[in-house]
Write a protein that binds this ligand. Structure first.
Ligand code: HEC
Ligand code: HEC
Length: 208
């Protein structure tokens, strides 16, 4: 156990050194990088794949935090097959992809997607559940996820208009303790029943 812990510390220290060594990334480099992102996240970060989130319009801070978390494997490394592009059908995950990027790349990607426009996903929802979802959101979530969770300034991703299958998996990751969450969000998440989550998902999907 002790040995595992010190090995862990060494690995973190090594990762930090690699991180600090990151150089600036030119705009030509970024344009090349985003071609790869677009194969999954869609043109300009607007996803057409329900399992893959739209990332257009996120604050740079949120994108950078997410990429750093994937790089450190602090967020689950969900295996994904490229739905499109030259690697179509090939499996990878966000941890591997972020692991190949320098600090400069990640910062430049954050800036790049902050400048793109979020487009709500066109998706089906159960209209009968929307009102209950809105009630729960207003009472427990709106404080940090303003305007239904569409405000980039919250540095918390987007809820309204995000793909339902992606958000559903996110709720499962939080419930299983696989993704860390803000201290003040956890008690609110832990209180949600299955029906509450279902209602929230339908409310977020209804905002198109
Ligand atoms: C092979 C497909 C694929 C590629 C290529 C890819 N992503 Fe992802 N990305 C995903 C999937 C799937 C998720 C959701 C994973 C999860 O549930 O944590 C994701 C999640 C993210 C998130 C977190 C979204 C959120 O709401 O928290 C960000 C940010 C992101 N990707 C940015 C990028 C960037 C930038 C690139 C290009 C360097 C990229 N991705 C390339 C599939 C991909
Ligand atoms: C105290 C502030 C706070 C409260 C209250 C809160 N959240 Fe969050 N939430 C955040 C922050 C900050 C993040 C980004 C965390 C991260 O980077 O991992 C986040 C992330 C999320 C995500 C992931 C978004 C993505 O793109 O992957 C979901 C889903 C979510 N919150 C749902 C909720 C719901 C539903 C509620 C109410 C029941 C809620 N949150 C209450 C602050 C909060």
């Amino acid at each position: 156990m002790v040995r595992n812990i010190s090995l862990g510390i060494l690995l973190v220290a090594a990762a930090m050194l690699v991180w600090l060594a990151g150089a600036n990334t030119s705009s030509a480099d970024v344009n090349k990088l985003v071609e790869g992102c677009a194969d999954c996240h869609g043109k300009d970060g607007v996803s057409t794949e329900p399992e893959i989130p739209t990332i257009a319009g996120f604050s740079a801070v949120y994108t950078i935090d997410s990429m750093v978390a994937y790089k450190a494997k602090e967020r689950p490394c969900v295996e994904t097959k490229y739905p499109d592009g030259p690697n179509k059908g090939k499996a990878t995950d966000m941890c591997k992809l972020a692991g190949e990027l320098s600090k400069g790349d990640i910062e430049a990607l954050g800036e790049h997607y902050e400048g793109k426009k979020f487009v709500p996903a066109k998706q089906k929802f159960d209209a009968a559940k929307v009102q209950q979802g809105e009630k729960i959101h207003s009472a427990s979530c709106e404080k940090c996820h303003e305007d239904g969770g569409t405000s980039a300034a919250d540095d918390a991703g987007f809820l309204a208009g995000q793909w339902m299958p992606y958000l559903k998996r996110t709720f499962e990751q939080y419930a299983a303790g696989k993704r860390s969450q803000p201290e003040k969000m956890k008690p609110k998440m832990d209180k949600l029943s299955k029906d509450d989550i279902d209602a929230l998902l339908n409310y977020y999907a209804s905002l198109q």
